[in-house]
Design a binder for this molecule. Structure first.
Ligand SMILES: NC(=O)c1ccc[n+]([C@@H]2O[C@H](COP(=O)([O-])OP(=O)(O)OC[C@H]3O[C@@H](n4cnc5c(N)ncnc54)[C@H](O)[C@@H]3O)[C@@H](O)[C@H]2O)c1
Length: 452
């Protein structure tokens, strides 16, 4: 079976490499010439643990190849997967489907022999049927059900653990009304039957909505725990213990109950917004999701306010320097899309603070700094300690492993503190215990104190 993967970004590249590992022949297509040239040279354009060896393995076995020639790849494929971006459309919050529709037209022109065209991108309900219509309009000679079928097969992998998520998923969702497509896609996922992965076959519309409902629900969990943290702080309770106390209830579950500076990344922000827009269009508003979007937007600004307030509590902030550790929206990815840092750091700069940044993938001399233009105005450091040198406060923004066991004695010597104050650490991921911080003024989230 031959697969053409249209789009070789975070999803297309990982899924293409994983399908080739299953033994299928995969051609990964992208319109970005540099990306394809890099991939052909064995250079992986994104940071995703384990991806380089998987790609190398697929190429060496002759099962994985890269091209900008969409027609050539589609022409020979049994299954074509659309894995292009669906970012927020500028100005109105809807998903921008122009890449999907453009890909659908290009695919239509190259279809040859029965092919299943699958939307793997996260797309609003109705999009997959629109893809079928585009194909029929572009190629009136092709008949749906005879020459091609469409299916929705949303992807649930998480950046940072994408390969194991893909290889050991909680479930596979396939939406199609064609038995032939269902059969072909069942064959594609047969390698996962061995580990008894549940496959949910459903209608196209349900499948499209399952993806948004999943992300909406997870985003809601995050927004919920963040607001509970605010309440804990004021009521003298502890969010860590609260999260454990509720998470042990099997109906709630322990995951996605980590307090933080607000969700970010390439999925939750855009998908919650798009879901909210879809619901309004169907005159069936999801007011819960509307509230989640609003709460998360304000949360990022509130976190900047929290940092500034902590510094102000120690005197004039003019000319003060902040060390920021971590700018990606979560550890183990280089993805900066909609990261909380892109709101928080500019707010700090706006307040007149100097900001020194270190991230394990974005540091002084890192090739990736070209992608961090939203953070123009910061000084990049070579490591965590260099960023703290002579700073007046350190802020942990992303819980990279290397920030979990910082040398606290060394930090005390690096950070400036006004007379009568301890060095200041603001931990927006709660990775330390307050009890470890006797000689540091430690500000974290949702750990309230009751006056004795
Ligand atoms: N990133 C994630 O963690 C994740 C997880 C699950 C689902 N998704 C969804 O998967 C989709 C892709 O996300 P991503 O993060 O991989 O995006 P991405 O921006 O990293 O990659 C998209 C790629 O598609 C290419 N492309 C666009 N139009 C093309 C065309 N006509 N022909 C060939 N290539 C084309 C772009 O050049 C780009 O390399 C989105 O809908 C997203 O919501 C993403």
């Amino acid at each position: 079976m031959r697969i053409a993967m249209i789009g070789s970004g975070y999803v297309g590249l990982v899924t293409g490499a994983c399908f080739s590992e299953f033994g299928f022949n995969v051609t990964n297509v992208d319109q970005d010439v540099k990306k394809i040239q890099d991939l052909e040279r064995g250079k992986i354009p994104i940071y995703e643990p384990g991806l380089d060896s998987l790609v190398q393995h697929g190429r060496a076995a002759g099962r994985l190849s890269f091209t900008t020639d969409l027609s050539g790849a589609v022409n020979q494929a049994d299954i074509v997967m659309i894995a292009v971006g669906t970012p927020t459309r500028r100005g109105d919050g809807y998903a921008d489907l122009s890449y999907v529709y453009q890909a659908a037209e290009q695919i239509a022109l190259a279809l040859n022999g029965y092919t299943v065209v699958v939307t793997k991108s996260t797309v609003p309900v109705g999009t997959c049927r629109k893809v079928a219509k585009i194909i029929e309009k572009t190629r009136p000679d092709l008949k749906r059900g005879i020459d091609f079928d469409v299916a929705s097969n949303p992807e649930f992998l998480r950046e940072g653990s994408a390969i194991s998520d893909f290889m050991r998923p909680d479930r596979i969702v396939i939406g199609t009304d064609s038995n032939r497509a269902k059969e072909l896609l069942s064959k594609l996922y047969r390698p996962l039957y061995l580990i008894e992965t549940p496959i949910v076959f459903t209608s196209i519309e349900t499948s499209e909505l399952i993806k948004y409902a999943s992300n909406g629900f997870l985003a809601m969990k995050i927004a919920f725990i963040n607001q509970m943290a605010d309440l804990c702080e004021k009521a003298g309770a502890d969010i860590q213990e609260l999260a454990k106390g509720i998470g042990l209830d099997g109906r709630i579950g322990r995951k996605f109950l980590n307090v933080g500076p607000g969700y970010g990344g390439s999925c939750f922000p855009k998908d919650t917004l798009a879901l909210s827009r879809t619901a309004h269009d169907f005159n069936s508003p999801l007011t819960l999701i509307d509230a989640v979007v609003e709460a998360n937007d304000s949360r990022k600004k509130e976190m900047a306010g929290k940092i500034i307030a902590a510094l102000k509590g120690r005197g004039d902030i003019k000319g003060k320097t902040i060390s920021v550790l971590g700018i990606t929206f979560k550890p183990n990815t280089d993805d900066l899309r909609d990261a909380p840092s892109l709101v928080i750091v500019p707010e700090l700069l706006k307040a007149g603070l100097k900001v020194k940044v270190y991230d394990p993938l974005y540091y002084a001399g890192s090739e990736r700094l070209g992608y961090a233009t939203d953070l123009d105005g910061v000084e990049w450091s070579i490591n965590a300690y260099a960023s703290m040198q002579d700073a007046d406060c350190v802020v942990i923004l992303t819980e990279w492993n290397e920030f979990r066991a910082l040398d606290l004695d060394r930090i005390k010597t690096l950070l400036n503190a006004p007379q009568g104050f301890k060095p200041l650490m603001i931990d927006l991921r709660n990775i330390y215990k307050p009890s470890e911080m006797e000689e540091i003024e430690y500000v974290s989230l949702g750990r309230g104190k009751i006056a004795a």
